[in-house]
Design a protein around this ligand. Structure first.
Ligand code: ZN
Length: 150
């Protein structure tokens, strides 16, 4: 298994470009040694914007050196990663309709796992609150009915 030299993400076997950041995949032999040196070269080939090529090269080198997951937040390839941020509207929906939340979780878990996790969490909370209210309601009804007979 090999990893992207730009963002450190696991690479699909045989892929020519990183699925996460879109950087060209280097051969396995060069991956370990050429990370810093290839930064400018890959920036020149992959970035269509030639006016900011020097800045992009500098930016890529900085990231190649730090090689941590924070790059995911700043990485510019929006084609592959659609907005994986929690959705307040879907969270509220999941809270009030936990079954819908569960379905939404299953729909989103592959494409946007962070959003799916937030939806799943709110669905669980909503389900728990619903169960708690149901139990409280049953206890109150029981007490009312019992008080009529005793
Ligand atoms: Zn990458």
């Amino acid at each position: 298994m090999s990893y992207c030299s730009q963002c450190g993400k696991e690479l699909v076997q045989g892929a020519k470009f990183c699925q996460n950041c879109g950087a060209p995949v280097e051969s396995a032999a060069a991956a370990g040694t050429g990370a810093a040196g290839d930064g400018s070269a890959s920036a020149n080939t992959s970035s269509g914007d030639s006016s900011s090529a020097s800045y992009a090269g500098y930016y890529e080198r900085q990231n190649a050196q730090s090689q941590n997951a924070q790059r995911q937040n700043a990485q510019p390839n929006y084609n592959y990663v659609e907005q994986d941020i929690p959705s307040t509207g879907l969270n509220v929906l999941a809270f009030f309709l936990p079954l819908v939340g569960l379905i939404l979780y299953l729909v989103y878990v592959d494409s946007t796992p962070r959003r799916a996790k937030a939806i799943g969490k709110f669905a669980l909370i909503g389900f728990g609150v619903g169960v708690a209210l149901g139990i409280i309601g049953a206890v109150i009804q029981g007490a009312v009915i019992a008080s009529m007979f005793f």
